[in-house]
Design a protein around this ligand. Structure first.
Ligand code: CP
Ligand code: NVA
Length: 304
């Protein structure tokens, strides 16, 4: 049985086969309408969501299964009953636990105590299913992944960490441009970097935004992630040099701009870029659905 907790679980071959299956499902979703017939997946969320919640529910439905949404924003997980007891109950009724949680440990505990696959739908450290949809989008727009160079700009958060992990495995060169003290998780970076070296790819973290030159694609995310109540205007001064605007896009030479969304227009990205010709942000949002279909098909079946 396989889980997707960090993104480190899958080999390059597995990543490529998930991307390929997602592409096939995108072209002909009806061909897969019985793939998970009679199955149910639990979608557990401690934080808000538009894309992840909708696309996992629709993915389960399109595969012939059913998604049960558990709104845990009130803090019930681990409080109303223990995390292992959530996992043990839900494992009796469902075939997969999809969790959006404050702490990565919660997902690890669900996986250790339940008996069905667990998918990370965003934690403090990772957003691995997002990164898969992002790389599918880059593959569609740029025709390949191996050897591409991606610049991530802004806060070195869960999304940045997952882009590094999946990029390393897929052979994409990923450079994070982040203010000092806001870089990606160092342990995740080091682990991903070892993999990147074996795959002939390069990972970097650079503070100086004037170095954003010669990249195939740009990516950004919010400067303040869910769970952090710091007002955006408080951090604006340190992050503004990393804003994706038309000047920065021209300087970078990039052909595609991504954002996992939700976007804070006028902060990490301007309207002109987000609504401009290089923006692939809504293709990227669409691809969440196709990737989630492929992931559910693979992981639910991995149960045997
Ligand atoms: N990108 C993403 O995960 O969006 P949601 O928070 O709306 O699910
Ligand atoms: N880094 C953001 C991603 C939202 C999809 C957050 O964790 O809030």
């Amino acid at each position: 049985m396989q889980h997707l907790l960090t993104g480190f679980e899958f080999s390059q071959e597995e990543y490529l086969s998930i991307l390929e299956l997602a592409s096939k499902m995108k072209k002909d979703p009806r061909a897969y309408c019985d793939t998970l017939k009679g199955s149910a997946v639990a979608i557990m969320m401690e934080k808000p969501s538009l894309r992840t919640r909708s696309t996992f529910e629709i993915a389960a439905y399109r595969l012939g299964g059913h998604g049960v949404f558990l709104d845990l924003r009130g803090g019930d997980l681990g409080k109303r009953e223990s995390i292992p007891d959530y996992a043990r109950n839900l494992s009796r009724w469902t075939d997969c636990l999809i969790g959006r949680v404050f702490s990565q440990h919660t997902l690890e505990e669900l996986a250790a105590t339940g008996s069905v696959p667990v998918i990370n739908a965003l934690s403090d450290l990772y957003h691995p299913a997002q990164a898969m949809a992002d790389y599918l989008t880059l593959q569609e727009h740029l025709g390949k992944l191996q050897g591409l160079s991606l610049a991530y700009l802004g806060d070195g958060n869960n999304v940045a960490n997952s882009l590094l992990v999946a990029g390393a495995i897929l052979g994409v060169n990923v450079t994070c441009f982040c203010p000092l003290g806001h870089g990606p998780d160092i342990q995740i970076f080091n682990r991903a970097n070892e993999i990147a070296k074996k795959n002939g790819a390069r990972l970097d973290v650079i503070a100086d935004p004037s170095k954003i030159i010669g990249f195939d694609a740009l990516y950004t995310d919010t400067w303040v992630s869910m769970g952090d109540n710091t007002p955006l205007d408080e951090v604006k001064k340190i992050f503004m040099p990393y804003q994706i605007n038309e000047t920065l896009v021209a300087q970078s030479g990039a052909k595609v701009v991504l954002h996992c969304l939700p976007a804070h227009r006028g902060y990490e990205i301007t309207d002109e870029v987000m609504d401009g010709p290089l923006s692939a942000v809504f293709d990227e949002a669409e691809n969440r659905l196709h990737i989630h279909m492929a992931l559910l098909a693979k992981l639910v079946k991995s149960r045997g």
